[in-house]
Design a protein around this ligand. Sequence first.
Ligand code: PEP
Ligand code: MN
Length: 343
Amino acid sequence: MLIVMKKNATPEQIGAVVKAIESNGYTARPIPGGDRVSIGVLYNKGAVDHHRFSGLAGVKEVIPVTKPYKLVSREFQAEDTVVRAGDVSVGGEKLCIMAGPCAVESELQALTIAEHVKRAGAQIFRGGAFKPRTSPYSFQGLGEEGLKILAKVRDVTGMPVVTEVLDLGNFDAVEEYADMVQIGTRNMQNFSLLRRAGQSRRPVILKRGMSATVEEWLMAAEYILEGGNTQVILCERGIRTFVTHSRNTLDISAVPVVRRESHLPIIVDPSHAAGYRDQVISLARAAVAADAHGLMVEVHHDPDHAMSDGAQSLYPEQFETLCRHVRAIFEVMGQGSEVRGQG
Ligand code: PEP
Ligand code: MN
C-alpha cells in the first residue's frame, strides 16, 4: 500500500502517518517525490485496511499496491530513477553505453580496449576480474590484480568502471576499486549477495537470471532496495530457450515490460544474449529501438586470443559501427514528433 500525502503536508503530519503505520505493526518507508511525499507500507501480510490511514491529516490518497514487488514498482515511484557513477548517468535523457572485454587479462589489454571503446563513444568501461566460469579449468579472472587494473583504466581514461562481484568474500574489494558493482545472471537469486548489495554505497547492475521471470528479477532487485540502496540498474542479457543458433534468446519484450512495471533503468547486454559476434549489432539496435536506457557490450582488440567470450566480442571497428547506429536510432526516437512533423 502507498499513502500519498498532500503537497502541503507538514513534517508533523508525515510523522503522524509513519507512526500510525508502525503502530499497526507494519514498516513505513517515506519516499520523497517531486512535489509531494509518499509513504510506502511494507511487511504487511495480506491486504491493509485503507480506512485506517485515509482519514489522517495531510493524506491525499491511499493506493493499494497489487504487485509483490513494492519499492521497485512504478506504483511506489512514478518518476524514473537515474543512476549515477561519476558524471555518467543511466536512466536519464541520454543513452549510456558500457563496453570492454569479458575479462581483464592484463594492463595493456585493458588500456588498449578502453582507448578504443572510449573513442567510439562508450561512457563506462566493463571488465571482469572475478569470472563465473562453467568449467573450473577455464580462466577464472585476475582477481584483485584485475581490480587494480580497472582502477588504472579509470585513472587514465576518466571512464567509471564496472565489474562483477562473485561472492560475499570479494564484495568489499570490488566496492573499493569499482564505480559500479555487477551481479551476474548466475547470482541473481543469491540472496545474501543481494542483501550485501543493499548495503553498498555503489550502484549495482543486476543481470537477469538466465531462467528468471521478470517478476523474479524485480523481486531480486527489491532485496537491494529494501536494504537501502536505490541505485540499481536492471540488465536483460538473454534467457535460456530451446534454440541453438544463439547462446541465449534476447527477451526484447522484457524491456517495455520492465519500463512499465519499474522506475529502475534497464539496459541490454546483446553480447551474452547472442554468443556470436555477427548477431550483436542487430540485437543492440533492437534493444535501443525497444527503449533500453543503455547497453553493455563486450569488445576485444584480439578476440581470437581472448581468455573468455572471444566469439561474442566485437572488434573495435564493429563497436564503432554499433555506437553510430544506436545513437542514430536513439536520436530519431527522441525527436519522434519533429521527424513526423517534417514528413
Ligand atoms: C559478464 O558480463 O561477463 C557475464 C558473465 O555476464 P552474465 O552474468 O550475463 O553471464
Ligand atoms: Mn562474458
